[in-house]
Each structure stands twice: as structure tokens, then as C-alpha cells.
Design a protein around this ligand. Sequence first.
Ligand code: NAP
Length: 447
Amino acid sequence: MSTIPVGILGATGMVGQQFIALLANHPWFRVEWLGASQRSEGKAFRDAAAWRLARPLPDDVANRIVEAATPGRAPRLVFSGLDSSVAGEIETAFAEAGHVIVSNSRNHRMEPNVPLLIPEINADHLALLERQGAGGWKGRIVTNPNCAVVVMAMALAPLRQFGLKTTMITTLQAISGAGYPGVASWDILANVIPYIGGGEEDKVETEAKKILGSLSNGAVTLHPVLVSATTTRVPVHNGHTGSIAVGLEQKPPLEAIIDAWQSFRGRPQQLGLPSAPPQPIVYLPEANRPQPSLDVDRDEIVFHGAVHMGVAVASDDGLVVPVVHDARERDVVDLGREIVRATEAGRAGHLAPEMLRGATFTVTNFGTEGGRFATPIVRPPQVAILGFGAVRTRPVVDGDAIVAAPTLPVSLSADHRVIDGREATGFLERVLALLRDPTAGIAPFGQ
Ligand code: NAP
């Protein structure tokens, strides 16, 4: 499938880096353009920005030259993580020039013609984009909300059916929301900071009303809920917590509220979009949950467009899994050569760190130790592990007779959230067919 070229404004910042990480190997998008300030312009990304994320910086982005944040050379679709002191002006210039901007900055969020989007809640607000055209922009701007608002609006949206009247929220916001270097360690360590600045309380109180509002006659009517917010910054890396009290017109039983949260689904789930969580709201019955360090990455599924093949190799230092990247793009000869190169480097202990990262599918061989079947644990980003046991002469049913024949036991462990049983069985059938007649695989692999 061909992918859509995208640009990133403010690519060198913390939000820009998150865009780069989330777009790496995305099945629909490929990053083709990076823009930032004069400080970064003309430098390769790896020299302009200090990469701060645990996920690796993709090589193609690392070597890409950062350009000026001016419209023209960027692709039509641009994600923006610009500093809010400049985002208003620059994003407007891009929209006027025909670019479609998806912005994280606050500048355009409350403009009547700009959708403020949490796609699970108000995908219908995208109809506002038509009015932007009437206002003279050749391009468009869509914004996403303040991060604390996402937590609150998602919890409140399913409660609108019970007559949502008032809400009071106290946030415990992670330092990730303050960018890098963010809050000084002297201030944040062993501390809680109230009134965190940047108009945070005001954003929580106004943005939620727009997101929860209804669209009629091409305009959003703000939701009448009264919101009162206190925002605090706490020494947590990632994951905002909100303590929320809610006033409702009705008195639904607890079960009805829990069911409203658990069954809540939106347009991204209906469409099966690549990064849509299958269940957007998770209710935890335990009294001491949620906790950011335990729940922030809960059920995260990242869909990779590429197949990076891990090959488990026994070395003197134990089992290592070198990775052959972009295995699907290689023909069978090239793939075979790469596997040999990776396994020899693994055995010799000569693997660079990037050769050990990012396997999405791994092949292993427990037959070397005489094993037959196994159920290896699949850990993200892997979605499946194919294992081969030892070839031995074993009893095999052949027609009505039992004969002695060489057999190769094959096991497949798969992440059931991504691959269902039917797909897994179909894949195994195909592997077995290719093992019976390897020549059948050469043409399709080589194409
Ligand atoms: P950051 O790390 O300071 O990055 C700011 C980016 O803007 C950098 O790429 C910087 O480029 C660029 N920039 C600064 N001045 C510029 C100029 N005059 N011309 C062109 N580019 C310029 O900030 P951040 O933490 O990523 O936050 C970015 C935005 O997202 C802010 O508006 C913030 O409020 C918002 N935000 C939103 C959320 C959310 O959940 N929606 C969360 C956090 C932050 P250089 O590196 O070249 O200086």
C-alpha cells in the first residue's frame, strides 16, 4: 500500500519527537519533511535535536535536514508541535498556503471554525473544516486538546446520557506535559506544584465544554456542564491522573456508569484505525488503581507497516536475537544472506545495538537442544514467534498405516490482540506447505 507523505512542524521539540516515534513504520504515513526554528534550520535532525525517547530514532529521520518553518516545500499534511509563542502565526500561514495542519498547540483550539478533536468523542466536529474553506483558507487546521482535558473529557463523554451538570477536577499531571527540560528538578522532586501556569485551569474549564458540545447548523454549541479545575504537577514521568467529582441530573446505579465506560466506543474503533485502542476507556475495579507507573502503557498496540525479523541465536553469552529489518522488502536470496550475516554476527558477539532492536516477528529453533514444541512469551513490538523443534524419526499416520518418518515440530506463539486464531492457523498452513515444497515459495518471495 502506498503511504501518505507528512511533515512535522516543531519536529525537534518533545511533541515533535513523539510524532516521529509514533509515525515510524506507520502503515499509512511516512515522514518526508521536518521544520523548526532558525536554530535548527539546515542541520541534520540528529545534530539539531537531542533524542529523548526510549523508542529508537529512525535512521531516515536522523539524517533528514531540518528546514525553515515556512510553507511551500512541506507535504500537504503537516503535524505541528510548535511552541505556542509562534504556533498561531506559523500554522495560519501554512493553512493559508494550502497545508492541512494537525496541531498540538493551544493557539487555534477555541476558534469557532476549528475542530478541537478527541476522535472517540466528537469526530462529527470535523464538519467545521468546510467552514474554514469558506473563510478563505486553501488548507485546514485541526487541533487536539490540552493533555489533562483528554483524561477528563474521555471520562465524562459516556456520562452525558445521565444529564451531566457539574464536574470538579484536581489533576496530578506528569512532567512529560511540561516539555524538556521542563520543571527544574529542584522544584519537582519530592514535591507537588499547584497552579502550574500556562493558563492550565482555564484550558481544562473551557476546552472540555467544546469537545463535549454538539454540532448543529455547522457550529458547535458548548456543553452546559460547569467545570471547576485545580491543576497540579507531580513527580511522575508519563501519565496524567485526574480526581474527578461529577454531578448528574439522574441517579444511575453504579453498574450503569461502569457499563457506560466499558462499552464506550467511537468512530476510530468503528473504522479500525491503526492506532485506535480497541477499548478506549478501561475500568479498573481495584481500589488502588489507576497508577501511572502501572497503567500508562496498558494495552498499547502499535501497528508496524514493516516486518522486522528476529532470528534467535545461541551465543557464548546466552541467547541473542539479531534483527533483519524490512524482511518483507527483500527477495529470498537477500533475506537468506542477511539471516546468515545476522546469525554469524550474533554468535561472534559483534552485534551493534540497532541490530538487536525492533523485531516484530521472530524465528527460533529449540530443536538444537532437542526440544520439540514450546510456547515462547511474545513481548512487544513482536506479534508472533515461530519456533522449530528437532527433526526426528517419529511415528506418522500415512493413509491407514503408521510409518516411521522424519518429522519437524513447528510451534507458533502469537499476540491474540493483534492476530486471531484463524489468521495464525492459516499462516502455519502456509509455512507447512512451503516446507513440503520450498520451490513454491521462491516466486512469490522474489516478486
Ligand atoms: P518544545 O520541546 O519546546 O519544542 C518546541 C518546538 O517549536 C521546537 O521544535 C522548536 O524548534 C520550535 N520552535 C520554537 N520557536 C520557533 C520559531 N520561532 N520558529 C519555528 N519553530 C520554533 O515544546 P513541546 O513540549 O514539544 O511543546 C510543543 C507544543 O505542544 C507547545 O505549544 C505545547 O504547549 C504543546 N503541548 C501539547 C500537549 C498536548 O497534549 N496537546 C502536550 C505537551 C505540549 P527548535 O528546536 O529549533 O528551537
